[in-house]
Ligand binder design. Structure first.
Ligand code: PEP
Ligand code: MG
Length: 595
């Protein structure tokens, strides 16, 4: 019988592997603030002193976090620098002091009022990028508040020993300000499998389970927690048997991961000598060496928005150029597909926590944002073009919904080219131009789009979200997010057919491309390249090596005949289990998923 303490919760497996460690609660729930009226000048003086002390403590705290960054995490120090600048900004610190003086109210209440004023100021800023920086203001003021009320639970200050981070939600700003070396696993109430936080966890090989809804209420700091990121299971205070079982699974997973890593650098050649190009998706230029270790043969998607997010100020053309050039050079002749800024959706907007943005995924994101902010877009394109003189650089536009948008984007690219010509700057005149196919309308007109580009890359994360009407970051509907849905398979088939008809290659860079169980089917649907989270590469390559063109073509033909996602999944798993009984479970790891 299980002791009363053990509790099992099911969520969404967002990053594979097993972590066993003690919970570190990083509460980001608002601190409760009470109103207090100050009686006299002495009361106001004391209150200002108390506030100044909290600001000083916050500064010391942030400085310490910055100074403690080491290894690759030092690249993120500018995130902390930005927080320190906000702390010194008059808008928050001086304004709070003024409010205490003018209104004789306590520091917490005055600080909240200063933040509200700042919020309405930010609300009126046209520039979405700058408006989005309000998240940092909120973050810093939350830290000051916690110092004021003596609640030390924050995303930053708890990582003093290794542990499993338990949070309601984690923004990209949270994860970049953490020393991830100390994080054994992530569990969160919110989030879906393809939210960008999940993608960051995968990139850092940290097991994660998201979308657990009430996990912050169930776990206390210090509880022993098992995070099974492969199966989407969290066990709180496991009993001896469960713990023992998971330790075995963890060991098996580690051995398995090491084993496949030793073959990662070998090409993915099928039994019938067909080579598949397996590439990696990256969020930061610094990831290049890691993805090469995992066997990437190209970078099929560089999500450039993270460079913008992590910079103290918006990067200028030269900074962007140096960043892209560094990636191109580090790849030593391997191609890199640089995707232009894809701001919006769950990048920035949910991060800022703006409930007013009711439909961020349908709002001003991706190419729409760039076509509105033409100069910013052109600046990025000039940087990409200049980098193309230093390696095999391709450019890709996100969220294209039709030919009009594509032609407008290409017009800006042309203007960027002309400007570089005038400057006499070097660039590759043959640089390939492609688009992401991630909006259902783009699938419908893929034949028309194909006439204007050199390649397609299918972004299933968004294509599934938009075609099945499933918010990719909403855990309530995560179970309806079905890559194997017949509608999705047909859209992939249709895109491939349109691309091939026009003689251009079709890649996939959505998360689906990194699922080993989906790979034979995708290759059978005719995809030419697969690009994925680097961690998935060794397993995908292993799967390719075991299959043949004959097998995957037959598999795809039959899979297209089913009416439901469940039927497709059952069929694919059954077929693959027949072919490769030793590769079970097909989720990709031997640790099992039957918790
Ligand atoms: C996608 O939508 O599948 C994709 C790869 O882009 P992102 O996840 O950055 O939106
Ligand atoms: Mg996308």
């Amino acid at each position: 019988m299980k002791p009363a303490g053990q509790k099992i919760m099911h969520g969404v497996g967002a990053s594979p592997g097993i972590a066993i460690g003690h919970a570190l609660h990083v509460g980001r729930h608002p601190v409760q603030v009470v109103y207090r009226h100050l009686e006299d000048a002495a009361g106001r003086r004391d209150e200002i002193e108390r506030f100044d002390a909290a600001v000083r403590a916050t500064r010391e705290h942030l400085t310490q976090v910055r100074d403690d960054l080491h290894g690759p995490m030092t690249d993120y120090s500018y995130v902390i620098e930005a927080h320190l600048m906000i702390l010194s900004d008059k808008m928050i610190s001086q304004r709070t002091v003024d409010i205490i003086r003018e209104q004789s109210i306590n520091a917490e209440w005055a600080l909240n009022q200063a933040v509200s004023e700042a919020a309405s100021f930010f609300d009126h800023i046209q520039d979405e990028y700058i408006r989005a920086r309000f998240a940092d203001v909120e973050y810093v003021t939350d830290l000051i508040l916690r110092h004021l009320v003596g609640a030390t639970s924050t995303a930053l200050d708890q990582l003093e020993g290794k542990g499993v981070v338990v949070a309601h939600d984690l923004s990209p700003a949270d994860t970049t300000s953490m020393d991830l070396d100390w994080v054994m696993g992530f569990v969160t109430d919110m989030g879906g499998p393809t939210s960008h936080t999940a993608i960051m966890a995968q990139a850092k090989a940290i097991p994660a389970v998201v979308g657990l809804r009430r996990v912050t209420a169930e776990i206390n700091s210090g509880d022993l927690v098992i995070v099974d990121g492969s199966a989407g299971v969290v066990v709180i205070n496991p009993d001896e048997d469960t713990l023992h079982d998971y330790r075995d699974r963890q060991e098996a997973y580690t051995l398995y991961a090491q084993e496949i890593l030793t073959k990662a650098h070998l090409p993915a050649d099928t039994a019938d000598n067909h080579r598949v190009d397996v590439g990696a998706n990256i969020e930061l230029a610094e990831e290049v060496s890691t993805v090469l270790t995992y066997g990437a043969e190209s970078i099929g998607l560089y999500r450039t928005e993270f460079f913008y997010i992590t910079q103290k100020t918006r990067p200028n053309e030269d900074e962007l150029f140096l960043n892209f050039k560094m990636v191109a050079e580090r790849l030593e002749g391997r191609p890199v597909t640089i995707r232009t800024l894809d701001i919006g959706g769950d990048k920035f907007l949910s991060d800022v926590g703006l409930p007013e943005e009711i439909n961020p995924a349908l709002g001003l994101r991706g190419i729409r944002f760039c076509l509105k902010e033409r100069e910013l877009f052109k600046e990025q394109l000039r940087a990409v073009l200049r980098a193309s003189a230093f390696g095999r650089v391709r450019v890709m536009f996100p969220l294209i919904s039709g030919v009009d948008e594509l032609l407008q984007a290409k017009e800006v690219l042309e203007e960027a080219r002309v400007e570089l010509e005038e400057r006499g700057a070097a660039y590759d005149p043959e640089m390939e131009v492609g688009i992401m196919i991630e909006v259902p309308s783009a699938v419908a007109v893929a034949d028309l789009l194909a006439d204007h580009v050199d390649f397609f890359s299918i972004g299933t994360n968004d294509l599934i979200q938009y075609s099945l009407a499933i918010d990719r970051v909403n855990e309530q509907v995560a179970h309806l997010y079905q890559p194997m849905h017949p509608a999705v398979l047909r859209m992939i088939q249709q895109t491939v057919a349109a691309g091939h008809q026009a003689g251009i290659p079709v890649a996939m860079c959505g998360e689906m491309a990194g699922d080993p169980a989906a790979v034979p089917l995708l290759l059978g649907l005719g995809l030419d390249h697969l690009s994925m989270n680097a961690l998935a590469i060794p397993r995908v390559k292993q799967m390719v090596r075991r299959t043949s063109r004959e097998l995957w073509t037959a598999l795809a033909a039959e899979a297209l005949g089913f009416a439901t996602a469940t039927q497709v999944i059952e069929f694919v798993h059954r077929e693959l289990a027949k072919q490769f009984p030793d590769l079970l479970p097909l989720g990709g790891d031997p640790a099992g998923d039957e918790a």
